[in-house]
Structure formats: C-alpha cells, structure tokens
Design a protein around this ligand. Structure first.
Ligand code: ATP
Ligand code: MG
Ligand code: MG
Length: 485
C-alpha cells in the first residue's frame, strides 16, 4: 500500500520588542541570569499584567503579511501547568479566541536544477496567537538552575493546518516563514538564540484516505535542517512500524539532530490538561479598522511578491532574483543601484552585486551596511564599462580595490592605469580599414543589412590593439568607415 505523510507545524517566534509582554522590564538575550526580571515576571503577590502594545502591533503585522483574518476581538487565557520555568504556574496565552485566523505561507519547492524555479504552493494556517515565553532551565550535574530572563518575552505561536506532505515542504515552509518575519522586522528568528522554535506533528495514512492518522509530535528541533531531517526520520520510522504490522501511538518524541535518532518523551496518557480559563486580570483586545490600517502601512512587500516584480520590471533571471529577494537590505541595495545606473542595466548590476559584492562581503565578513562599495560606485563602474573607458577584466580588479578602499572606480582606474588605452585615432582607423579590407564577405553581409556582421571585424582590430582598444570607439569607427563604402 502507498502511504503519504501529513505534517502540521507549530512555530514559536519571539517578537522583537524592547520590553516584555506584560511588564516594562527589558527583553533581551545573553544577559547575566535573572537580571531581566521584575515583580511581574517573578509573579510576586499583588502584581498585575499590562499589555505591550508593540507586541500586539507586531502580531497584527505578522497576520496581515500572511493574509490572516485579524479577529475584531481576542482574549487572554491562562494555560495552567506546574513547572519551574514558569513562576506563576500558568502561562498567559490565547486559547479559543486568538488574534489571527487563517492565512497561508507561500513556499517554493526545489526546482529541477539550481537555475530553475520550483513549484509554488500555499500552506494554509490555522491560527496565530500571542503568549508569553517561559524561563529556561539549565541542567547541571546534580541540580537544575532556572533563569527567568526569557520569561515573559512576547511569543507568537503560528500553527499550520495539517497540509504539509514532505520534509522538503516543511523546510521550504520554515524558510519562507522565517524570511517573512525578518522582512517585517517582527523577529530576527535566530534559532540559536531560541527566537524561532518549531514542533513538528507528523502522521502517515494510505494515499486516498481522508481521515488523519495518529500523530507524533517531534520536539527540540533546533535548526531548520534538523526539522527537515527529523521529519524525514520520523516518516521512515512510522512506515517501518506499520510495515511490521504495528500501530503508531500518539506521543511526543525528542529528535537528536547530532545522532539522527529520536526517543519517546511522553505518551498520550500523560498529555497535559491545561485547564484553560480566561485571565481575569486582562481585558479582551479590540482591534478596529484604524489600528489594522495603521499597521498595514508598515507592511513590506514579501520576498515572493518582490521576485515576481523583479521578473516583470527588470527582466532578471531566476538565479539572480533567488539570491536578491531573500535579503531585504540586499534587494534595496540592488534597486538603489538600478535607479542610478538605469533599468536597462539591471541584469549587469545584479551580476555585480550577486557575484562580486557578495563574494567580497563574504571574504571580508562585513555586513552589507558597512560595505564601502555603495550603489553609486557600482552604477559608475557599469557606466565606465559601457562607455568603453574600462574593460571588463580591469573592472574586476577595480571592484576588489573599490571594496577595500571605498574610492570611486574612476579614481582607481586612473591611479592604477587601468583605463582602456586611449588609442591613437589614426592607428585605430588604420586597423579598422585593414580588418574591413580583409573580409569582403562580412562587408557584403553588413551592407545587406545584417548588423551583427560588424562583429567579424572587431576581433582582428582588438588583436591589432593588443586588447586595449576602447570597444565603443572601435564600433563607432567601423560603422563610420563601412557607411562611407
Ligand atoms: N493527525 C495529524 N497529523 C499531522 N499533523 C496534525 C495532526 N493533527 C493535528 N496536526 C497538526 O498538529 C498541530 C497541533 O497544534 P495545536 O497547537 O493546535 O495543538 P497541540 O499541539 O495539542 O497544543 P500545544 O500548543 O499545547 O502543543 C497543528 O499544526 C495541526 O495541523
Ligand atoms: Mg500548540
Ligand atoms: Mg503541540
């Protein structure tokens, strides 16, 4: 029998805000343990939560970017459980009235080759809600130490429908979702800092079956690649169990990315009953049209939309767009350069940025914002090449020096003697005459209207000039002489 995998992802994303979800103490990472706390975070008696408006703004933005419906009214619930990572013994979350409903994440699957665009799909979302993050337990040899710095940090939970069908799709989903959050300035999504965390729910069923199979939840998937590997491993494990005639038990498993193995954490019998109830300390939140409209004006164009625009507007090839659009700063840099260099130079500009600029940035390990090569430099370089003032090989050298010094290409070309040799015009004219005289066939073709026939003369002229002639001047001289024939 043929089986298919069914996967639903729960993704937690920390919202990048200055302060915590329900109190004004700073949110942050890498501080001395328990320094980002206050009476609210520690749940001292008599404290009351106060909502962080910036966190609400951020989740509304996330919802609008992902095409969710923003609920006109949402409320807060207490999710009760006893565990030392939460001093209140409950977590403030949203249960049956989350802030965002529906929506979808657009994904692209790998194409048949690196330069071929893959299939696009939309993975539907169930909901996004806001809650507070919990503290962190650091397990030492004999005891565990708790750090409440993370406790109370605003945390979104983005829940997908069970509509993902392979490890590859899950990988694409997380890549796209992460880029969306970063684009929107909602989170930096650094998985090493726990800013994006993913639980994967996985089941299998016979192809054609519409009922869902029993799901297994994988936890502790701490990189996007581990999510992919963990899901692939779990699908295989479930199919092997079924092949042996066994049944899948509903459980939570822990996947170890280092060893590529998983083990059971807890089974259904131990599943939590959180006794959710509305938090009496917090009012429901009413999101009106004006609020939504205000956030809408802060929503950027998303990577896939930008890619479609780059195809249309600049006629860029897929390979260039697939590098440019995933980095908001880089795509802005590209568009700024094209604005100066002209839309007809978009592809040339794109090549310089993707090949040369990114190479230099990678080697020097500097962020784009600190690169000394600015859009105006690249635009000038492209102009100089186009005018024939510098040749492509020299331009490559100039680029490296430009990156190191921040000098303009013209200054570097002068300093290093890299301008195309200002050929003596009589000499150049003679070379052109010789080339024309030596190729009657090409002359006839050119005269008959075949414009490209002119290229047949350029090789011999360049050879005579030892590669140093200004290509534009060669072209002009040839055309003038041919016209006079
Ligand atoms: N049979 C199934 N096979 C695969 N995925 C499933 C199946 N049933 C549900 N899912 C997915 O599992 C996820 C369930 O997440 P949800 O937050 O609603 O519940 P939960 O995991 O029980 O709650 P908690 O937040 O406490 O972990 C969703 O992404 C959903 O699409
Ligand atoms: Mg959940
Ligand atoms: Mg879950």
């Amino acid at each position: 029998m043929n089986y298919e995998a069914v996967i639903g992802l729960e993704v937690h994303v920390q919202v990048k805000t200055a302060s915590k979800m329900f109190t004004r103490v700073a949110a942050g990472y890498g501080h001395a343990p328990n320094t980002l706390t206050d009476p609210v975070v520690l749940a001292l008696p008599g404290t009351l939560p106060v909502m962080n408006k910036a966190a609400l703004d951020a989740i509304i933005k996330a919802g609008l970017l992902l095409g969710c419906e923003i609920a006109p009214v949402c409320k807060w619930d207490r999710k009760n459980y006893f565990y030392p990572d939460s001093p209140k013994n409950y977590q403030i979350s949203q249960y049956d009235q989350p802030i965002c409903l529906g929506g979808a994440v657009e994904i692209e699957l790998p194409g048949s080759a690196r330069n071929v665009m893959g299939e696009h799909k939309k993975i539907p979302l169930t909901r996004i809600h806001l809650e507070e993050d919990v503290g962190k337990l650091n397990h030492e040899s004999v005891d565990s130490l708790v750090d409440y710095n993370r406790a109370g940090t605003p945390l979104m939970e983005i829940v997908s429908e069970p509509a993902i069908h392979s490890a590859e799709e899950a990988f694409a989903y997380l890549t796209s979702l992460r880029a969306t959050m970063i684009y929107g300035g909602i989170s930096d999504c650094d998985m090493e800092k726990g800013q994006l965390r993913c639980d994967a729910n996985i089941s299998v069923r016979p192809v054609g079956e519409t009922k869902l199979g029993t799901k297994v939840e994988l936890k502790n998937l701490n990189s996007i690649s581990f999510v992919r590997d963990g899901i692939a491993h779990e699908i295989k494990r479930q199919l092997a169990v079924i092949e042996r005639g066994g049944t899948i038990v509903q459980e939570t498993r822990d996947y170890d990315g280092q060893t590529g193995t998983s083990q059971s954490l807890r089974s259904k019998e131990m599943a939590h009953d959180y006794r959710y109830f509305p938090d009496p300390d917090l009012m429901p939140v009413v999101v009106d049209q004006a609020w939504k409209a205000r956030i809408q004006t802060t929503c950027p164009e998303l990577p896939f939309d930008k890619q479609r625009r780059f195809f249309e507007q600049y006629r860029l090839p897929y390979t260039l767009t697939s590098v440019l659009v995933w980095d908001r700063e880089l795509s802005d840099y590209f568009e700024e350069t094209v604005k100066i260099a002209g839309a007809d130079k978009a592809q040339t500009v794109g090549n310089w940025i993707v090949n040369d600029l990114l190479r230099e940035i990678g080697t020097a390990r500097v962020p784009l914002a600190d690169a000394k090569v600015r859009p105006a430099h690249i635009a000038e370089l492209v102009k100089l090449i186009d005018a024939g003032t510098i040749l492509t090989n020299a331009a490559k050298e100039i680029f490296v020096e430009m990156f190191a010094t921040g000098d303009t290409p013209a200054i570097i070309a002068d300093r290093r003697g890299l301008k195309a040799a200002p050929t003596d015009s009589n000499e150049l004219e003679q070379w052109c005459r010789d080339a024309i005289a030596a190729n009657a066939k090409a002359v006839a073709e050119f005269k008959a209207g075949k414009d490209s026939a002119i290229n047949a003369f350029k090789g011999p002229v360049m050879k005579a000039a030892k590669g140093k002639a200004n290509p534009k001047l060669v072209d002009e001289t040839l055309r003038r002489l041919l016209a006079a024939l």
